[in-house]
Design a protein around this ligand. Structure first.
Ligand SMILES: Nc1ncnc2c1ncn2[C@@H]1O[C@H](COP(=O)(O)OP(=O)(O)OP(=O)(O)O)[C@@H](O)[C@H]1O
Length: 361
């Protein structure tokens, strides 16, 4: 576990953060501009020192004010990737990757360059690389320093859309294959959806919410960030099978609840994350027959949240362990006499879950 308990006064910002983060996967740090995201990862890396508190990475104490421990950045075994790649212009890609490595492990060098698809760039100089290629080299350099943790501060922010799209599959592979914790600062909910396992929202230097991505995504704290059309739930599901005739894949939410979604490349047994927009979920009390809707899932009403001025009702459903939000009209809620605890069927059109809503985990 990564344990962070720090206080630091930075101008008008009083950072006061208590966090427990997993030792694997990507933790996204999200929040408005000026919320304190970069300040938080700066104290993790040792670039700045908090006023008080403690930080540990597993058994490894990085900082403890009471014990007088404050490891300098170079002793923390932390890799740092910034918004801009910050490569040395007078070194080749290979020179940049090897910078600061005392004993090269050629197997590791090969696997990192392969992971990031930069084997063919080794002899080139940074000036001849695209923004996305530069970032891949910067990530490679950070990984080759053998870090115990990787910090990434908006690594896609300075890239244009095509470059972002080019880099994303490499970040997805990184998230899956690298066995160290990655703390990833971003403003982009799309990046979070595709990459993160855990999410922390920061506001005015304090943690507003922290937890597994699916539960944070469905939490009230997330609501202001998602306009009505974007309101959605994240569900973890396992690929079951591909339809033999139609371009649809069946994924299992649990042993008796499944969803048909747009065809996935994944193989049976792989985990995927599915985003279901709340406006695409409708409710019925009786199981429909002969319907065009491919997904009809038994669920229980967990919460009914009226949004008065819009005459809209947000209904939270439970499907086993998973939560699913449905947006319906007040009229429909009244007519169906919906109450917390009622058993209903959630209907989701198969075509409404597109590639953009699916991420491999
Ligand atoms: N050394 C410092 N002295 C004074 N104020 C500081 C210092 N470092 C950060 N701050 C202030 O702390 C606040 C948080 O800054 P920080 O860069 O951590 O925010 P952020 O969430 O990363 O923002 P952005 O998304 O815009 O990068 C800002 O108001 C910033 O001006």
């Amino acid at each position: 576990m990564i344990a962070i308990d720090v206080k630091q006064k930075l101008g008008d910002l009083e950072m006061d953060v208590q966090l427990r983060l997993p030792m694997q996967g990507i933790t996204a740090i999200f929040g408005r501009s000026g919320a304190g995201k970069t300040s938080l990862i700066n104290v993790l890396s040792g670039l700045t020192t908090p006023d008080s508190g403690a930080i540990s990475l597993g058994q490894h104490v990085l900082y403890n004010q009471q014990l007088g421990i404050n490891l300098p950045p170079e002793k923390r075994r932390i890799g740092y990737v910034f918004q801009d790649a910050r490569l040395f212009p007078h070194y080749t890609v290979a020179g940049n990757l090897r910078y600061g490595i005392k004993h090269e492990d050629s197997e590791q060098f090969h696997s990192v360059t392969q992971l990031l698809g930069i084997e063919r760039l080794l002899k080139r100089y940074p000036a001849s690389l695209s923004g996305g290629e530069k970032q891949r080299v910067a990530i490679g350099r950070a990984l080759l320093s053998n870090p115990a943790m990787l910090l990434m501060d908006e690594p896609l922010a300075s890239l244009d859309l095509p470059r972002k799209q080019e880099l994303m599959p490499y970040l997805e592979r990184l998230a899956k294959e690298v066995k160290i914790p990655i703390v990833y600062v971003t403003h982009s909910l799309d990046e979070i959806l595709r990459l993160a396992d855990h999410m922390v929202m920061i506001h005015h230097g304090k943690v507003v919410v922290s937890g597994h991505i699916n539960s944070v995504w469905g939490s009230p704290e997330m609501r202001p960030w998602l306009p009505v059309k974007e309101q959605s739930s994240l569900l973890s599901a396992r690929v079951n099978h591909h339809h033999p005739h139609y371009a649809l894949t069946q994924v299992m939410l649990n042993h008796d609840a499944y969803l048909w979604v747009n065809r996935l490349q994944s193989v049976r047994g792989e985990w995927v994350r599915v985003r279901v927009h709340s406006n695409d979920v409708s409710l019925t009390k009786v199981k429909p027959e002969q319907t065009s809707i491919r997904n009809v899932i038994a669920a229980k009403i967990d919460k009914i949240h009226p949004v008065d001025e819009l005459e809209r009702i947000e209904v939270r459903l439970r499907i086993g362990e998973a939560q699913l939000w449905a947006n319906i009209t007040k009229w429909a809620a009244d007519e169906l006499h919906l109450c917390v605890g009622d058993k209903v069927f959630a209907q989701i059109k198969g075509v409404s879950v597109t590639q953009e809503d699916l991420a491999q985990m």
